[in-house]
Design a protein around this ligand. Structure first.
Ligand code: GLU
Length: 496
């Protein structure tokens, strides 16, 4: 079998933000093109399907481009990188579509339809009432050419319909296997509002053909569009590409993924501080797995491992916990100086990070001691706000460990004050060392269980952070410095 050049495309309509489902389609296309066992040198094309003039907006084109770039999914040809098959925006290809529309009309494979919307709707309702699947009844399919000319000359509203042959359409889907559809059920499909306003089913066929797309990889919601499109290919005398339809994305309750259950726009995940590495890894597992238990993959590892044959048929559940797990993993692996740069915008936006008020070194330490708890970058604010504040706001009760009474807590804090005041060279190691000794001494004095350091360290940690969960008191004290640490201890004692 001759191997053809692999060319795949992602063809979003810029009528809204890029959704996770769309980004997954882009990723699978990219992986398919770049995988060295399959295509390797395949080309990945970005095509903007903006024929719907009312609903398409430039800001969405920009967002699609920005978010894909942010993910690291790069295309070889597209609206911003020219190539031999351009232009890559459908709104710039109108003359091309017109030519092929005319061809279909001339060959009587398509025809003008003058049926009014209301009439079509009435017929639809009537068919449904009879319990039959609604389809166009073919009223205008055999009008005389004189009548068509006359209607057009009079400016009667019209659309262009494509004749759907009453036969079975078979094709092989790389994910779903052999598929057979009875095209007779479909009815003649509208392919253009007029010669200058072609519609999706038509433009997608013309473009995939002219751009020499070898494989159409897209979401399952397009599976039922495929027979219509195959018939249009045939009518134009084109060979159709191969197909792979990726499984639907589902909410955990197995309903179709929707905004009701959480965010679907990629930009929302971006804003919350999910890393592109985590999203790529997560999306790859939405409908694909390597056939092993392995879950963690970088983009370049995915390129090596990917094969479309391993894509699954059944719906892929969008499990946010898995995304959180992967995100915390990639956050922990980030180089400290990079993580600081990623966190800084969130701290600035919250008004915590004010230029010049904190050294780079200290900021890096704050981020480093907090990253273990971070599931997404935006959480840096609530995880670290206490480092930046002059005054902490917390309930006295939080200072209490186990069954400690107020006087025990006070005793613990006074002891901490005494021990820490004596330290000459302030660093986390030293602070830890003296506090461990102090904890043993305190427990002995009070008759608390010997090994439980919480009696000394919990009140101290809360005094320094004002939080139920935080890094250790040694790490916090190290960052706050001696003076601030002692001041916070004094504030806590005042509460008691
Ligand atoms: N513009 C279509 C969409 O956004 C593309 C469908 C296809 O890949 O054929 O759904």
């Amino acid at each position: 079998m001759a191997t053809k050049n692999i060319r795949v495309r992602f063809a979003p309509s810029p009528t809204g933000p890029l959704h996770v489902g769309g980004a997954r389609t882009a990723l699978f296309n990219y992986l398919f093109a770049k995988n060295p066992h399959g295509a390797g040198k395949g080309k990945f094309i970005l095509r903007i399907e903006d024929t719907d003039k009312e609903r398409s907006e430039l800001k969405w084109v920009q967002e699609i481009i920005n978010e894909l770039k942010w993910l690291g999914i790069e295309w070889d040809e597209g609206p911003d990188i020219d190539g031999a098959s351009g232009p890559y925006k459908q709104s710039q290809r109108m003359e091309i579509y017109e030519k092929y529309l005319k061809q279909l009309l001339q060959e009587d494979k398509a025809y003008y339809c003058f049926c009014a919307q209301e009439e079509l709707e009435d017929k639809r309702q009537e068919q449904m009432a009879r319990g039959v699947a609604p389809k166009y009844d073919g009223k205008c399919s055999h009008l005389s050419s004189e009548l068509v000319k006359k209607n057009l000359a009079e400016g009667k509203p019209a659309v262009i319909r494509f004749r759907i042959a009453n036969k079975k359409v078979k094709f092989k889907d790389l994910v779903r296997g052999e598929i057979e559809f009875d095209a007779g059920l479909l009815g003649d499909v509208v392919i253009a509002k007029d010669l200058n306003a072609p519609l999706y089913h038509f433009t997608v066929v013309v473009d995939d053909y002219l751009m020499q797309i070898s494989h159409v990889i897209r979401g399952e919601e397009h599976l039922s569009n495929t027979p219509r499109q195959i018939l249009i290919y045939r009518a134009l005398g084109f060979e159709h590409p191969e197909y792979a339809h990726l499984p639907l994305l589902l909410n955990p309750d197995r309903s179709k993924l929707s905004k009701r259950h959480g965010d679907v726009a990629l930009a929302d995940y971006h804003k919350q501080g999910y890393l592109p590495e985590a999203i790529i890894n997560f999306m790859a597992l939405l409908g694909w797995n390597p056939g092993t238990e392995r879950e963690v993959f970088t983009l370049s590892q995915l390129v090596k491992e990917f094969s479309i044959e391993k894509a699954q048929k059944g719906g892929a559940v969008f499990n946010i916990k898995r995304l959180d797990f992967l995100n915390s993993l990639y956050i922990r692996e980030k180089a400290p100086e990079k993580l600081v740069l990623l966190c800084a915008p969130y701290l600035k936006a919250a008004g915590l990070l004010v230029k010049g008020q904190i050294s780079d070194d200290k900021l890096q330490k704050i981020v480093e001691v907090s990253k273990q708890r971070m599931k997404k970058l935006s959480e840096i604010v609530e995880l670290t706000d206490f480092f930046f504040k002059d005054k902490l706001n917390y309930e006295k009760n939080l200072l209490k460990w186990d069954k400690m009474k107020d006087e025990d807590i006070k005793g613990a804090l006074l002891l901490c004050d005494k021990i820490l005041s004596n330290i000459k060279i302030w660093d986390a190691k030293k602070v830890e060392e003296v506090l461990f000794e102090g904890a043993a001494e305190f427990n002995k004095q009070k008759g608390f269980p010997e090994k439980n350091r919480g009696f000394l360290l919990w009140p101290l940690r809360v005094a320094l952070s004002g939080k139920e969960f935080s890094p250790s008191p040694f790490e916090i004290a190290d960052i706050l410095g001696k003076e601030n640490t002692l001041a916070r201890i004094a504030e806590a004692i005042k509460k008691l």
